[in-house]
Write a protein that binds this ligand. Sequence first.
Ligand SMILES: O=C(O)C(=O)[C@@H](O)CO
Ligand SMILES: [Mg+2]
Length: 250
Amino acid sequence: MPKFAANISLLFSELPYLDRFQAAAAAGFEAVEILYPYETAAKETQRALMSNGLELLLINAPPPNYTGGEPGYAAIPGGEDRFQRDIRRALRYAEVLRPGMIHVMAGYEKGLAAQETYIRNLQWAADRAPEQKFTIEPLNSGDQPGYFLDDYNLAVEILDAVDRPNVGLQFDAYHAQMIHGDAAQVWDAFSTHAAHIQIGAAPARSEPGTGPMDFSALFNAIDESGYAGWVSAEYTPTTKRTEDSLGWMS
Ligand SMILES: O=C(O)C(=O)[C@@H](O)CO
Ligand SMILES: [Mg+2]
């Protein structure tokens, strides 16, 4: 069985932000992700992590409150200055919070110029912080119409062109299923590029077991592939209390 982490931007969101850490630890998690930690002083989040013995796996860049809600500027031609400011800001948080990964959001743009910009910006980020791991994640176009990175083949093309050891693929089983129709097949095809895994059940992005996806088969495939990292639960629980949605973990 893979080792499971909690994305506390979605899980435990029935609780105030700083209370989610204790709830995640009490539910047995040893690691968490926070999509956007930027509204709280980094020291406060650091205290919450440390006092609950939690590892921080991942944050997103950029902060949406800072960008007016745009999911990134990495693939926006002409947005390079803004992108670099975003990454510097994320890195200032990362200095305190020490996330294993920063997911770099691409933004809404399509075409060759966007692709070239994305590649150059990712190289810039990777070279600016060679010790920091960065990820890119395809998001399905039903949830994110017009988002640049909406396909796993494209993600691998980008990673090959970026060609930096500290930039990898974030495999999200929910998005993989929504984009390509079979998350397990996507995992088989692209697992060698995976730096991180997130899970949620299509079509509602709910907990495993609430849709047609076969998570036992997926977890077996993940184990068999030799992937040794975390598998982070990133879904909206169908239950009132997140704890009541965790039956799939056993
Ligand atoms: O939507 C997802 O899936 C994510 O992992 C987020 O990082 C996008 O905000
Ligand atoms: Mg995800």
